[in-house]
Design a protein around this ligand. Structure first.
Ligand code: HEM
Length: 172
């Protein structure tokens, strides 16, 4: 019989990534960008870089886990199942590109040096192209996450197929 649930390691990584990404999106757009690039910002920036790198790493771990523990049969029919799959791939790619643009930004602007090796922050990040890409991708990620949550809520509360139990929440 085919499993209905995802394997436990995939469930753990999914919720860990969800919490991290939510924190990074909220704290990044509401706190980090609002701070001037003074020495007080360095601690926040350091945390953002470490957690952002971890979020990127979790995407790669998910790819490996997907090979080791295949997903259960799709919850939705053919077309909707494919749409859901494409949405998930796009979300993973967006987070991966966010991690990459973030790393490029801190390397190019000297912020990596400022955060870990006693260097000085640039006056601001606006002039750097990877900053623009990072900001744009953050809005794409917010849109994709909103669709992801709405689709899950539709399954759970309208279709009532117990979709969330596939990710370890409640029973079918
Ligand atoms: C992959 C997960 C990541 C997410 C979800 C994320 C999220 C965000 C968000 C929402 C912003 C503010 C964007 C805006 O409002 O325009 C931001 C800014 C920034 N992020 Fe990330 N980030 C991630 C990874 C990284 C990484 C890995 C680094 C560096 C190693 C990084 C470095 C930065 C920097 C330097 C800023 C600019 C802050 C400023 O403008 O003052 N981010 N990030």
């Amino acid at each position: 019989m085919q499993n209905f649930r995802y394997a436990l390691p995939r469930i753990v990584v999914h919720w860990l990534a969800a919490a991290l990404i939510l924190f990074l999106l909220v704290a990044g757009s509401l706190v980090l960008t609002e701070m001037p690039n003074t020495t007080e910002k360095v601690g926040n920036l350091r945390i953002h870089m470490i957690l952002g790198g971890l979020a990127g790493l979790l995407v790669l771990i998910r790819l490996v886990l997907g090979r080791v523990h295949p997903a259960p049969a799709p919850a939705a029919g053919d077309t909707m199942g494919k749409v859901g799959h494409v949405g998930n791939v796009l979300l993973n790619l967006t987070i991966l590109f966010m991690a990459m643009s973030g790393m490029l930004l801190v390397l190019q602007s000297g912020a990596l040096d400022a955060a870990f090796f006693g260097g000085v922050l640039p006056e601001d990040f606006k002039a750097f192209i990877p900053r623009k890409v990072h900001g744009l991708l953050s809005r794409v990620a917010m849109g994709l996450i909103a669709l992801h949550v709405l689709a899950a809520a539709y399954h759970q509360f309208i279709v009532k197929d117990g979709l969330l139990s596939r990710m370890g929440l409640g029973s079918r």
